[in-house]
Design a binder for this molecule. Structure first.
Ligand code: GLU
Length: 427
């Protein structure tokens, strides 16, 4: 590195949490990129990161300030694309990692987007609807200078939903002076949302799990499934597994862990969750400790909560045949190595949970053309894209004798850096 060029602080992979995980994953792929490796540093630096102050008046008259972020990691292949999460542990470095994973995901499944992500460092539980609306609108207004239907398109993520997107769309449109449906995806149907979008991430998890099962000789009938996180992704995946004849034997969320070796009635569990805070207290299963969750014997383990859940500390306990990553970044690189050594197949996040952004892409296309598709058509197209992406990554993994994660990064980074190279450096 030339003396005048100083290493940015965010390039130290060993001390950076999720961003460190992302950097290590990129490092693993560089040897496979050939001459494109010359451009690899691009992947290690977010193109643009914005930190915003989000002040709102609370219902009790106090003024509260929250920190908000929007990171555009890469836009070589198209506009930034990625969700917005509301969570008390959100940090700039976490949002950087999540934005990087979106770049990889969008390229791995070949939708014409770059990668971006946003977040607010806030615990939204217990906030009133009015407070949430004011916070969402002020955040949108602050990041309004860098988002837009052809620039960067937010979507739901942890603790955000179709209502959040409606407020974002309205705020952006009011500031622009014209209705811009394509500025966010995951909107309500009444506002140009797409059929099938809410379920799409969980559906994609299920589709890729089936692809993995077919190749590993695992029969779905009676197969055991453990799920961490029972929100939109985990809940939908659980229902689809249950309806396909698999047995959901363990579920963990922020309220605790439940276990039923014979399988639980997922429809009943979903009803229970609607009327309570989470899985705790469900009568169709037994409570076990959170740490015992990892040792439950299953065919499928689906981490569908937050990052860095499968680590060197628990990867040795896992008794699953296949891990399907519904969450973003749930497995650290050290844990990846342990799982690989133990012969456990990991279907990586950038393929497994790409169903959400795939239907976001459909929504964006439908908004631009103002022509809306049927749910069947959407689900069929989603399945096709997920199956093709899985097959392409599986093939590369076999050819290079690498994990599916490294294979997905080979496919994705090649696409991103090819675009980078032909565009050339400006000026
Ligand atoms: N938040 C989802 C993800 O992590 C979806 C992003 C999108 O649809 O833009 O993939």
């Amino acid at each position: 590195m030339p003396a005048t060029e100083r290493l940015p602080s965010y390039l130290d992979a060993n001390h950076l949490g999720p961003w460190g995980t992302y950097l290590q994953q990129v490092d693993r792929v560089i040897p496979y990129l050939g001459s494109l490796g010359r451009w690899a540093e691009t992947l290690k630096r977010p193109k643009r990161a914005l930190i915003v102050d989000v002040p709102i008046e609370l219902d009790n008259g106090e003024i509260a300030h929250f920190e908000g972020y929007r990171v555009q990691h890469n836009t070589s292949r198209g506009p930034g694309k990625g969700g917005v999460r509301f969570h008390q542990d959100v940090t700039l470095s976490e949002v950087m990692a999540l934005a990087g994973w979106m770049s990889i995901k969008n390229a791995a499944i070949n939708v014409p987007f770059g990668g971006a992500k946003g977040g607010i460092r806030v615990d939204p539980r217990g906030m009133s609807r009015g407070e949430l609306e004011r916070m969402t609108r002020r955040y949108t207004s602050e990041i309004g200078i860098i988002i837009g239907p052809t620039k960067d398109i937010p979507a739901p993520d942890v603790n955000t939903n179709a209502q959040t997107m409606a407020w974002m769309m309205d705020t952006y449109s009011m500031n622009e002076g014209s209705t811009a449906t394509g500025v966010v995806t995951g909107k309500p149907i009444a506002l140009g949302g797409s059929l099938g979008r809410t379920e799409s991430t969980g559906r994609g998890v299920f589709v890729t799990a089936c692809e993995a099962a077919a190749r590993q000789g695992v029969d779905l009938q009676g197969a055991r499934v453990s799920i961490q996180g029972f929100g939109n992704v985990g809940g939908t995946a659980a229902r689809l597994f249950h309806e396909a004849g698999a047995r959901v034997v363990a579920v963990q969320d922020h309220t605790g862990t439940i276990h039923a070796p014979g399988g639980m009635d997922v429809h009943e569990l979903l009803k229970h969750i609607q009327s309570t805070e989470g899985v705790a207290g469900f009568r169709g299963a037994e409570a076990i400790s959170n740490s015992d969750f990892w040792g439950v014997e299953t065919e499928f383990l689906i981490p569908a909560a937050l990052e860095s859940q499968i680590t060197a500390a628990n990867a040795g306990d896992i008794k699953a045949r296949i891990v399907v990553e519904g969450a973003n970044g749930p497995t650290t690189p050290a844990a990846d190595d342990i799982l690989a050594e133990r012969g456990i197949l990991v279907v990586p996040d950038v393929v497994a949970n790409a169903g959400g952004v795939t239907v976001s892409y459909f929504e964006w296309v439908q908004d631009f053309s103002s022509f809306f598709w049927s749910e069947d058509e959407i689900n069929q197209r989603l399945e096709r894209i997920m199956k093709d992406a899985f097959a392409a990554v599986w093939q590369v993994a076999g050819d290079h004798k690498v994990s599916m994660r490294t294979a997905a990064y080979i496919v994705a980074c090649t696409r991103i850096l090819q675009a980078r190279e032909v565009r050339g450096l400006y000026p």
